[in-house]
Design a protein. Structure first.
Lengths: 417, 225, 408
């Protein structure tokens, strides 16, 4: 008896492949269905990836950075006295850490901003203009004047400026309570204004020079946040050990997940909704493939009877049907991925003009969206849905194929064509 | 003996009334014989053929094919028995529609695990011996009924089985094609010593066989050489 | 002879029904696929409608109302200088269906405790009228405001914690008076409110309307918020008011909360896209089944043509079969969805996503919303699809010539 160990059974593959073309329309329909699902899911996922990147980029880019070091109590209870001593030195300690792109120390306090008889409350932030510009987008939202050209300059949101009735060049008085409990006072000249589109920022944030802030609020060299920007926002969790090693005792490291919990949750919600849609799509398509295979197996009952009669094992027939399934899947995947690339690659280069879509512009500012959205392709996107679809197609083929095991040869042979 | 059946019964209980297809049949087939099972439809000839071919299991009795007790075999062992020891020719739908004549013959050798070069040469030889060399690359749909049946015979003998089973091989053929087919079988039987068992009610087939066994209502009612 | 013949509808239904039944297995799978698609789409859709409704309600309850009357320029520069007085009887211009309205003063202010300072929106309200806003539902520790003359404060829970204060203690408020001068005054805290959306607690501090007018030295108000019974009444309300309150802006919540409004619009779009995509995925399976059903019945259809069945009756047979399958699938799917809806109708607890939901203007408990218009859309869309899917198979069926089929 010859060796019957499984090896490349070229004829099996040929039989499987040619059988697909006996029912051209059915094969194309199954493959197109699979392609349709894969196309939509991959395109959807690339847009998601692009959207999340944009959310993270814009949200962390405005103020918070990818990670921050703070006094342990400051995050839950932001009081002026909860500060980190020797802030300037601290900032330079992180500058050498591999993966860190920019570091900026900030001191901040809530204070009353007055011009003449008018007063408004605002968050006053003392920054090192050079270091902060490397890390935060705020300076790029310049609406008038310049970004903190001198140590006693102030950089004000446009809405706050309107409320105060001031223009570039006007002087403002900042009044608050200092770290030691005394009255903090600071006089600055408004040399620039910003407009981010986020109302709460434009209405209630004021930046001044770090040194002026520290002097006015009795802080010495203390700061409230050391803001860190890393090469990759998503990789920041993995960088925690390195960053913690560079951190002084008594500091607290927070990454953007903790600083902006609503961002991470927004991504989770969006992912969940999208995933439910994808699953629905994949299941519906897989079921139509089941249907196609039920019809195929039903029509070929006699052929299978004959194959069983001449000594083919049921397992081999099921194997042959699985090859058919894989071929249909492969066709569908090629269709789906090609269409996806056709859509996503060009869009990934030029981006989608969100500002041009009606209704989006209003959202863009608030929802942390940039003007242009770039869908992002990666291996995960291209592999995940085809992977699940392969499993689905194989199961779809196996459900009817397993009937071959229970097939009675004599009855199968008698079956009408 | 190639086949020895002792007291073989086959009862179908599927329907409300049990059907006794075979009722205690004794039957022997010696090497080199060409026996035809004859009888009207419902006489049990097809059932006996299926039982001997390992396609159907008898309810009681014993069937020995080439020294192997068929009733004791598992489904997988039965598959192997059919693959290695028996060649099949059915009345229609013998071939895989998507494969050419040559590929159809090769297919069964591939099931046996024969390597490619040997497969090719043996299949060509089998087709050649049946005068089909010119039709190697045709698919079943592109051949006449007689040609298809000859390809089926080529596939059945390429494995050099101990027994060739043919169930109504001429059912869908006209007279002259049937004659050609029977001559082919006869030369295989006479010149290569292939043992053949056919089930048929075509009197023309009976003229070629070396022995004829008549069945009626599941019993052997006549056996004449 | 050319008698007008009626379509044998009853016969067609019978034939189709039996043919579907003949291939139970594959039609059962197809039916399940349709049912799953319809159930899934309907459930996702109810969820999205729920979120949409939630965003809308929150935007409206967030001291906005459906319609608001403001002085021109107030939105860019909110303050008491942009206040206004309304003529007596202004509300006669309101059409029916108004749930309520509230006059308010709303000005930016700074609040100081012994330890901390924060920026807030200070609101002077008539407590009775505030049933139209979130304040009506909010729970209060301590006392509520007694009336428009009450000069005590109602402070949000989170702000109370940040300021490290409590009911009965005093807070100092700094804001701009009507004359442009800074007013600074001490207020006692009457109570602490808790809002469903925690962010609001940090933003708003309430006191009596008349008390605040007195502090600011004015008789004016800065806004009138109007809550309607239904969103559809918005347009007539705005139209009615625009003529009667001269020199004032009458604005819809969509203009005041453009972010929420555009999110509502976008989720509308998302719902339709989802419908088309998932129902579209069904076409592939449906076409497959129908073509096979036609091909299997070549002989039968050929025979029917031979005995005189007209081509359009053959077409009708395919369309009827397709529609029956679709109709059963959709009905099953909708029933499943309805059963599951009943199960979750009381709401799903999403407290885990609290922060983010609030930032989208949604509540932590989420109630799915059932909109009959969406169900109608599913039904119409699916029937259209079933006709569309039967187009090609029907063409194949018509091409069958009586002899071809019989000769096979």
């Amino acid at each position: 008896m010859a060796d019957r160990s499984p090896r490349t059974r070229t004829l099996f593959v040929r039989v499987a492949w040619r059988n697909l073309w006996r029912r051209r329309l059915r094969t194309w329909m199954s493959a197109s269905g699979i392609g349709f699902a894969i196309f939509l899911v991959t395109v959807g996922m690339s847009f998601q990836a692009g959207t999340y990147d944009a959310w993270i980029e814009t949200a962390t880019g405005l103020m918070s950075g990818h990670a921050q070091v703070q006094h342990p109590a400051y995050f839950d209870n932001p009081e002026v006295r909860h500060s980190l001593a020797e802030g300037t030195d601290l900032a330079s300690q992180f500058e050498g850490v591999p993966g860190v792109v920019a570091v900026a120390p900030r001191a901040e306090a809530f204070a009353l901003v007055s011009v003449g008889e008018r007063s408004f409350g605002a968050m006053v932030i003392g920054v090192d203009p050079v270091r902060d510009a490397a890390l935060s987008d705020l300076s790029t939202h310049l609406a008038a004047g310049e970004y903190l050209p001198s140590p006693d300059s102030a950089f004000v949101g446009t809405a706050l400026a309107t409320n105060l009735g001031i223009e570039v060049g006007d002087e403002i008085v900042v009044l608050g309570s200092g770290a030691e409990g005394g009255v903090a006072a600071l006089v600055s000249r408004v040399d620039g204004m910003f407009e981010t589109g986020r109302v709460e920022v434009d209405r209630s944030v004021l930046q001044v020079g770090l040194a002026a802030m520290q002097a006015g609020f009795e802080l010495g060299d203390a700061v409230h946040r050391v803001v860190i920007k890393t090469r990759d926002a998503r990789g920041v969790t993995g960088m925690r050990p390195i960053l913690e090693a560079a951190m002084p005792a008594g500091g607290r490291l927070l990454d953007w997940n903790e600083l902006l919990p609503e961002l991470e949750q927004a991504i989770q919600i969006d992912r969940t909704t999208a995933a439910m849609t994808y699953w629905l799509l994949l299941v519906v398509v897989a079921m139509s493939v089941v249907n196609a295979f039920i019809m195929t197996v039903f029509e070929r009952t006699r052929e299978f009877g004959m194959l069983l009669a001449i000594g083919m094992r049921p397992g081999s027939i099921i194997g042959m049907l699985s090859i058919e399934a894989v071929c249909v899947w492969a066709m569908g995947t090629v269709i789906g991925i090609l269409l996806c690339l056709l859509v996503v690659v060009p869009l990934g280069m030029v981006g989608i003009d969100l500002a041009g879509i009606e209704g989006m512009d209003a959202m863009a500012g608030q929802l942390m969206m940039p003007d242009r959205l770039y869908p992002a392709l990666n291996v995960e996107v291209l592999v995940e849905s085809p992977g699940w679809m392969l499993l689905g197609t194989l199961i779809a083929a196996l459900i009817p194929a397993l009937r071959v095991r229970r097939m009675q040869v004599v009855e199968a042979l008698r079956e009408e064509e | 003996m190639v086949v020895e059946c002792r007291d073989v019964s086959r009862t179908y209980d599927d329907d409300a009334v049990p059907v006794h297809a075979l009722r205690g049949v004794d039957f022997q087939l010696a090497a080199g014989e060409w026996v035809s099972l004859a009888g009207p439809s419902g006489s049990g000839k097809s059932t006996l053929l299926h039982v001997i071919g390992g396609l159907d299991q008898p309810t009681t009795g014993s069937v020995v094919v080439d020294g192997v007790e068929v009733t004791a075999l598992s489904a997988a062992q039965l598959s192997d028995l059919r693959l290695d020891k028996i060649g099949f020719v059915f009345q229609s739908y013998n071939l895989i529609p998507v494969l050419s004549a040559l590929e159809n013959v090769e297919f069964i050798l591939q099931l046996q695990g024969v390597d490619r070069a040997e497969r090719r040469s043996r299949s060509r030889e089998a087709l050649h011996s049946l005068g089909l060399s010119d039709l190697e690359n045709r698919r079943p749909g592109e051949m006449s009924g007689g040609q298809q049946q000859r390809v089926a015979i080529a596939r059945a003998i390429v494995t050099e089985p101990v027994l060739l089973l043919a169930d109504e091989p001429s059912a869908n053929l006209d007279t002259s094609t049937t004659r050609e087919l029977l001559e082919v079988l006869q030369s295989l039987n006479r010149e290569r010593g292939v043992t053949i068992l056919t089930a048929t009610h075509d009197p023309m087939v009976m003229g070629y066989t070396t022995r004829q066994v008549n069945l009626r209502d599941g019993n052997v009612v006549g056996d004449n050489a | 002879m050319n008698r007008a013949r009626r379509m044998p509808v009853k016969l067609l239904m019978q034939l189709s029904w039996r043919n579907i039944w003949r291939h139970r297995r594959r039609n059962a799978i197809l039916l399940s696929a349709i049912a799953i698609a319809v159930t899934g789409v309907t459930l996702l859709n109810m969820m999205m409608r729920g979120m949409q409704q939630d965003m809308m309600n929150t935007a409206i309850e967030n001291l906005t109302g459906h319609v608001k009357i403001l002085a021109p320029g107030y939105r860019d520069d909110p303050g008491i200088e942009r206040g206004f007085e309304v003529v007596e009887g202004w509300q006669t211009a309101l059409p029916g269906g108004v749930q309520g309205w509230a006059k308010r003063i709303r000005v930016p202010a700074v609040v100081m405790s012994e330890r901390e300072t924060r920026g807030i929106q200070l609101l002077g309200v008539d407590p009775v009228r505030e049933s139209i806003s979130f304040l009506g539902d909010a729970t209060v520790d301590g006392e509520r405001l007694a009336g428009p003359g009450d000069s005590r404060l109602l402070v949000g829970g989170l702000l109370t914690e940040a300021l490290d204060t409590a009911p009965g203690r005093r807070l100092v408020l700094v804001t701009q008076g009507a004359d442009g001068r800074t007013r600074e005054a001490g207020f006692r805290i009457a109570g602490v409110y808790r809002a469903e959306i925690a962010g609001l607690e940090k933003a708003f501090v309430f006191t009596g309307l008349e008390a605040l007018q007195q502090l600011l030295g004015t008789d004016k108000i800065t806004e009138i918020s109007i809550r309607l019974d239904h969103e559809d009444l918005e347009a007539p309300t705005i139209a009615g008011l625009t003529g009667s309150v001269e020199n004032l802006d009458v604005l819809s919540w969509r203009e005041l909360e453009p972010q929420a409004a555009s999110m509502v619009e976008i989720s509308d779009m998302a719902i339709y896209i989802l419908f088309v995509i998932v129902m579209g995925a069904l076409v592939f399976g449906l076409v497959n089944t129908l073509v096979t059903a036609v091909m299997e019945r070549l002989r039968e259809l050929g025979m029917l043509r031979a005995i005189g069945m007209r081509p359009r009756v053959v077409v009708a047979q395919v369309v009827v079969e397709s529609s029956i399958i679709m109709a059963i699938g959709v009905a099953t799917g909708l029933m499943l969805a309805a059963a599951m809806f009943a199960f979750v109708a009381d709401g799903i607890d999403l407290t885990a996503f609290d922060d983010s939901l609030a930032s989208f203007g949604m509540r932590p408990t989420f109630v799915p919303v059932f909109d009959i218009r969406d169900v109608v859309l599913v039904v119409v869309l699916s029937l259209a699809l079933s006709v569309l899917a039967s187009f090609y198979p029907a063409r194949r069926a018509v091409k069958i010539k009586p002899l071809d089929a019989l000769r096979r």
